[in-house]
Design a protein around this ligand. Sequence first.
Ligand SMILES: Cc1cc2nc3c(=O)[nH]c(=O)nc-3n(C[C@H](O)[C@H](O)[C@H](O)COP(=O)(O)O)c2cc1C
Length: 486
Amino acid sequence: MPYSDLREFIDRLEANGQLHRVTKQVDWNLELAHVAKVNEQRGGPALLFESIKDYPGQSVLTSAFTSKERVALGLEMPPETRFLEIARSWVGRIADKRIEPVEVATGPCKDHVVTGEDVDLFSLPAPWFYPNDGGRYVGTACFLISRSPDNGRMNLGTYRVMIIDEHRAGIQLIKGKDSEIDLRGYAERGEAMPVALVIGGDPVLFLCSSTMFPLTESEYEVAGALRGKPVDVVRAETSDLLVPASAEIVIEGFIKPGETLPEGPFGEYTGYYSGVGTDPRDFITVTAITHREHPILWSTTVGKPVTDTHMIMGINRTASLWNDLQNMKIPGVMGVYGPPAAAGRMLAIIQVKQMYHGHSTQVGLAAFASVTGNYGLKTVILVDEDIDPENMDAVMYALAFRYQPDRGTQILERGRSTPLDPSLPITDRYMTSRVLIDTCIPYEWEHKPIPIALDDALEQRIIDDWDSYLGAGAAAREDALARSRS
Ligand SMILES: Cc1cc2nc3c(=O)[nH]c(=O)nc-3n(C[C@H](O)[C@H](O)[C@H](O)COP(=O)(O)O)c2cc1C
């Protein structure tokens, strides 16, 4: 059964030993984020902070997706599922399928409704993450809902949000993101864009909101397909937007095109601050805050890999790049892997079963041209069908023994970059170069290297009679050895 809200996901994490409740009081000012980071560096569980200084009755959730196991649980799969299998299931679940949200009369997100002058963003326990951040970030594990002024499509996009004062919050809508394009449409009409910022809901909605889907698609419908059930939505208090009925917190408001306020810097997932200082950014003027009884503010951890953000983008970029390639109907794409350490987006490893001349090059170029890969993907490593793209030893083997630099390298120029990429000059980050590294054995080679393999029959006989070679207890010893390595 799909999760109906964040609380069911929290229960599932806890039942699987993947969540710890922190009952000791923590300060929202740095301490909370620092506990979350130290826990994360130790490979710890998700944390539910139940006692936050100045905020009785409210909690903060962090590190919900910091591990592959928790990503699997978020997508209702067994925790031990391989990363590639999680992505394969995602691709299968949404292929040619969309499920529209269903409007219901009301929901728990309306337990408390605050509007107009009574609105106060500081009433929420937004953490201050890193010492040089520009302020408290209420929006990390969040998504903004906006509507296209042209066709009414509702977009869900994860964009960071910093509190400026009681009624206003700065938002980083990077150029070309769907809500930023919606905002341009409102600018042409001379209107403000109604928005709703959602914090805490069904984990699938959050995973979808940070995925690159085509501009024309509503993440509500993709999330419906991924969950196998429509998302229940209710009407916002101060606009015609539809928000998830079971959301923990909904911040309603509007963005006026062309008006900006200083936002940032923020310690980003690249391991660096986002800019040289504050930047002028769009901001939300808040018209209402609605929330559940004892709301849970969901936050992600940021900083150097692997944090929540890396793991989230690792899975959703892997799945959406794979989905894009599938939609392009290019044959022979056996596996796609966007490693979480590369935030799933800077680098992709693609496994190809070559079927014709130039096939692997076609796959690599298609990856760069896809909706997902066009944005920020810098390196594509192509591997043959016998190389598991999720296995770094296998990929290193291919790079060492199959890759030939002059034949296998193609550099491309003028690709779309994320302005957060620290490998580019800090003031000029919208364009990037790209490299395609093809480790595949050339399809056209008549004489390919001859692989060695054990004699099958002899190998099987040895396996069947294993104890006689290494003595009784060999299996137990091997298990212990494997455990000590992991
Ligand atoms: C935790 C997290 C924070 C993010 N913050 C931002 C952000 O501040 N600005 C931005 O443009 N994209 C951000 N992204 C990436 C976007 O969510 C992603 O590009 C998504 O596709 C945007 O939605 P859209 O395709 O509907 O525009 C973030 C992703 C994650 C996982």
